[in-house]
Structure formats: C-alpha cells, structure tokens
Design a protein around this ligand. Structure first.
Ligand code: PGA
Length: 245
C-alpha cells in the first residue's frame, strides 16, 4: 500500500450505536477477502463516489490484517471501522486470539459476532457468542449480533437486559446469504418485529443478498443492512449507500 500505515492508536470516537440518530446503519462485511492492494483500490473507488450524509452510518468491516490500513484511509471521513470477529477472551495467554481491547486500540467501533459462517465453519455456539458480546461491550464498542430465526430466543436467553439493549442485531437468514435470493421484505419485517419483542427496542438490520438495487426496500422495514457480496466493489458499495440519501 502506498500510503504509510500507522495506527492512530485510539479510535476517533467510540460510540455505542444509538437508534436516536435515526440514521440507517450500513455495514460492508468483506469476509475473508482482499489483500492490502485490493483494499487500497476499493478505497479509491469508493471514496471517489461516496457522498457523506446524516441518513447513513457507514461501517467497513475488513479482515483483522487490514484494519489499521482502513483506519488510516478513513481517518478524516465519516466512515466507521468494524471487525468481523473477536476473541471470547480478554488480553492474555490465548495464542491466536485478537481481543476486544486490541480492536478498540486500532479504531474499531463495531464488531460483528455470531455470523452464521462462524457458527457453521468455526463451530461457534450461542454461548461463545455471548462471551464475545461481553468482551465487545466491556471495551466500549457495539456488537453486531447476527441471528437466524431458530436461535433468536437462545441467544437472548444468554444475555441480561442491560447487555441486550446495547447490541445491534442483524437478522441474517442463512438461505439468503450469498445466494442472490434475499428473503422477502414482508417476512424480514415480521422477524425484525419478533427480534425487537425479544431484545427490546434495539436497532435491527437485515443481511442476505442486499445490493444497490434492493437496499431501499429493506431499509423500510429495518434499521439498516449488513452487506457481503455487494460491498466488495467500492463503486457498487458507494452507489448502494448514496441511494439512501
Ligand atoms: P451477502 O452476505 O450480502 O453476500 O448475502 C451477507 C452476510 O453474510 O453478512
């Protein structure tokens, strides 16, 4: 990467996300994609089109290895930094773990926890996810807690009400993820109501094949979107975000 990478060591702002802003939360989940060069290209493409607006809170969630680079590139913009996972343990002798304090240290404000790909491929349980949520909250960041229908109640039962109200929930039906077939808007709206009835008045976003064409329908029934495939191209993602102004 051409620009010198140097962490600012502290986040520009650590704010636990509040629905009070009424802005839609749009998160780019890059998953296990992109090298430094690809991230730099994405940033150039995205920033040439992106128009900042009070209607949207935009979060980019790259791999751990890219966090500091994105933090530097995004430092004077309104873009927020997200991580895709966190260790369930605090700082200590946990080889390979990247803990919540370390994420906060490089400017992370939001942490995706319990994504179905982690539940499936890394065998994470709702108990593991609850531990991660606690670590994220104690470091002053906002957990983005991913749930599908069948474990809404189970995930909630492992948290107390104080913890629950500090979370953002992401309703992510597994069949809709990466398939190009989003769940129909009516069903999404119904499940989001159910999630709010269980977790309280928390922001709930939707994820599963959201793109620059359909995003406007989904934000009518949700507080935002978790975007995978359609976030990988910087221009497309800027178009998606700009369409919500
Ligand atoms: P998708 O992924 O947008 O490619 O369906 C969403 C997600 O996994 O969060």
């Amino acid at each position: 990467m051409k620009q010198k990478i140097q962490s600012k060591a502290r986040p520009k702002s650590i704010l636990q996300y509040s629905k009070r802003t009424m802005s839609k939360l749009i998160i780019a989940n890059w998953k296990s994609q992109k090298t430094l060069d690809a991230a730099q290209k994405w940033w150039n493409d995205f920033s040439s089109l992106y128009q900042e607006s009070a209607h949207c809170t935009v979060v980019v969630a790259p791999s751990f290895t890219l966090l500091s680079s994105i933090e530097v590139l995004a430092s004077d913009t309104g873009i927020h930094l997200g991580a895709q996972d966190v260790s369930p343990f605090p700082m200590g002798s946990y080889t390979g773990g990247v803990n919540a304090q370390q994420l906060r240290d490089v400017g992370v404000e939001y942490v995706i926890v319990g994504h179905s790909e982690r539940r499936q491929h890394f065998h994470e349980t709702s108990q593991d996810v609850a531990k991660k949520i606690r670590e994220v909250l104690s470091a002053g960041m906002t957990p983005i807690v991913c749930v599908d229908k069948e474990y809404i109640d189970e995930q909630a039962s492992l948290l107390n009400s104080e913890e629950m109200v500090k979370c953002v929930l992401a309703y992510e039906p597994v069949a809709a993820i990466g398939s190009g077939q989003p769940e129909d808007v009516g069903t999404v709206g119904d499940v989001i109501k159910k999630i709010k009835s269980v977790f309280g008045p928390v922001p709930v976003i939707y994820g599963g094949s959201v793109n620059e064409i359909n995003v406007q329908e989904y934000v009518l029934v949700s507080d935002g979107a978790l975007v995978g495939s359609a976030s990988l191209d910087g221009e497309k993602f800027a178009t998606l975000v700009n369409s919500l102004h």
